[in-house]
Design a protein around this ligand. Structure first.
Ligand code: MSP
Length: 505
């Protein structure tokens, strides 16, 4: 099985913020999860560099647009390792490979009689790079604004149109047959009712500015930035060469997107694809938006969260963990300093970190740094192992259905059981009364903590790599197939150093 996961490609009009980091980390978590599941994965991210919004931003800086996008794209690329993410490709829409793919897609749509020339007259929001009909807009102080709060302007120009309206029935049919293809379910319902309410043909070229991919054979038209941008998911797997390894193995993709851009991915994109004889995406997951201490995040409010600052302040895995444990993936979430401290202290420092720290130091100090497989397990041990198996299964199911928070919650509920086991077995008392049993207990707790670490790896990979070093192990030694059979004969431990220091409130 293969797993192709994509982030939206980010507009380069501004620097990356927490919202961008959130989607990228989410995809990294899934990519690492599927790798451990033994699947052939491909994780794509990149930058969306054309369109009026980017052109405007570069003009404001008085820069040559290409120079501007080169600099801005680099900010996004450099952020990836800082977020602890491992990608397979980074795509930029100003690359030649992409221009070729987008133009090929255009020609394909044209050959399939899906495009016609007409005139567009209506509202456009540069900030959203979206066309709106008047009934979608709200009037504030005599001015129309988009549902996103963005200003709109009246546009009147010659434009090519895509016959979106003729795909309405096909889209309804596709979604009725593939009810899991948009998650969460509420978003699926939203998309389906939007399609059922009627689709109009879509303007897909612009003539009033130049910063875009040229419409083949039409010198004064550039492609509408969304058709250009969406095509990136195909470019990266070598489209138009649909016979190559990448396209054949990885398409259709799983797109993780914010709720604000669901319509582009779940309505326009599958229609473009079907119209170009390509399968629609396998799945689209729409996540929610973050607020900052209860407030909408925006440049004008000056409350943008810079990923570098918060990671420097709290630690990389602390932030990765907080983002995905605190808020159900799909819901909106509030970024609050108190909430980070409470969550990290309760789960990572107390529940997990302390367990590792106290057991591995105890092994180092009282068992010559060695644990060995017992000849038999008693019923408490069997119970703990059985409970691991159950927790693992439910973790696995939750991860497969994109419910990262529930998957994590499960592991931490299990770790509380492990802590309770340690307290009742009390190896420190057994040291005097029954040293052999003490060693068995240390073995059980150690291997169970290692197994839990593997489950936590997709979310907090760098900490888990450090933790595994205590046991002279590496993530490469593991996969989900063999996790329930992880009963090493012996393990030689290294002295641990503190892993998740408590955050002061
Ligand atoms: N360029 C388009 C996507 C094209 S994909 C073919 C775009 N770019 S964006 O940079 O504006 O947004 C990228 C992603 O960041 C979106 O999924 C958006 O939902 C997400 N976020 C932006 N602000 C956010 C929050 N405050 N919280 C969570 N995610 C947010 O749209």
């Amino acid at each position: 099985m293969t797993f192709y996961v994509t982030t939206p490609i980010y507009y380069v009009n501004d620097v990356p913020h927490i919202g961008h980091a959130y989607t990228t980390i989410a995809c990294d978590i899934f990519s690492r999860f599927y790798k451990l599941k033994g699947e052939d994965t491909f994780f794509l991210t990149g930058t969306d560099e054309h369109g009026q919004k980017v052109e405007k931003a570069s003009n404001l800086k008085n820069k040559d647009t290409q120079v501007f996008v080169d600099e801005m794209s680099k900010n996004f690329r450099d952020l990836i390792p800082f977020l602890g993410c491992e990608i397979d490709d980074f795509i930029r829409t100003t690359e030649n490979r992409h221009k070729k793919a987008a133009q090929y897609l255009w020609n394909k749509l044209k050959d399939n009689n899906q495009i016609y020339l007409s005139n567009y007259e209506g509202w456009y929001s540069i900030r959203d790079e979206a066309f709106y009909s008047e009934n979608e807009l709200e009037k504030v102080n005599d001015k129309f604004i988009a549902p996103s709060g963005s200003p709109v302007e009246w546009v009147k120009e010659e434009s090519f149109f895509f016959k979106l309206s003729s795909w309405q029935d096909k889209l309804i049919e596709f979604y009725e047959e593939n009810q899991d293809s948009i998650l969460p379910k509420s978003r699926y319902n939203e998309v389906l009712s939007f399609i059922k309410s009627g689709l109009k043909d879509l303007s897909i070229s612009r003539t009033t500015f130049k910063w875009g991919i040229k419409v083949p054979g039409e010198d004064n038209h550039v492609m509408y930035v969304w058709i250009d941008a969406l095509c990136n998911y195909l470019t990266a797997i070598n489209y138009p060469d649909t016979d190559n390894h990448y396209f054949k193995n990885y398409w259709p993709a799983i797109h993780v997107v914010g709720k604000d851009i669901l319509r582009f991915h779940a309505v326009y994109w599958p229609a473009f694809l079907m119209a170009a004889d390509i399968q629609p995406p396998k799945k689209i997951f729409a996540h929610g938006w973050w607020t900052n201490e209860g407030q909408k995040i925006s440049k004008s409010l000056g409350n943008i969260i810079n990923p570098y600052d918060i990671i420097d302040q709290y630690g990389l895995d602390q932030i990765r963990f907080f983002l995905f444990r605190e808020v159900p993936f799909g819901n909106d979430g509030d970024f609050s300093k108190d909430a980070i401290a409470l969550r990290v202290n309760a789960d990572l420092s107390n529940n997990f970190g302390n367990l590792i720290q106290r057991i591995s130091s105890f092994v180092v100090n009282n068992s010559d740094s060695i644990i060995s497989k017992p000849n038999t397990f008693d019923k408490n041990d069997e119970k703990l192992l059985k409970l691991f198996k159950e927790s693992f299964e439910s973790y696995f199911d939750h991860m497969k259905s994109f419910q990262i928070d529930r998957a994590l919650k499960n592991i931490f509920a299990y770790l509380s059981e492990v802590n309770a086991y340690v307290d009742t077995q009390a190896p420190w008392s057994l040291k005097k009364t029954n040293p052999e049993r003490m060693r068995d207990v240390l073995y059980i707790v150690t291997i169970i903590t290692i197994r839990c670490s593997i489950l936590l790896y997709p979310v907090i990979p760098s900490s888990i790599n450090n933790i595994l070093k205590i046991y002279n192990l590496s993530i490469k030694d593991f996969n989900f197939e063999n996790i329930n059979n992880f009963f090493p004969k012996t393990l030689n431990l290294n002295k641990p150093s503190p892993i998740f220091p408590r955050i002061e409130l």
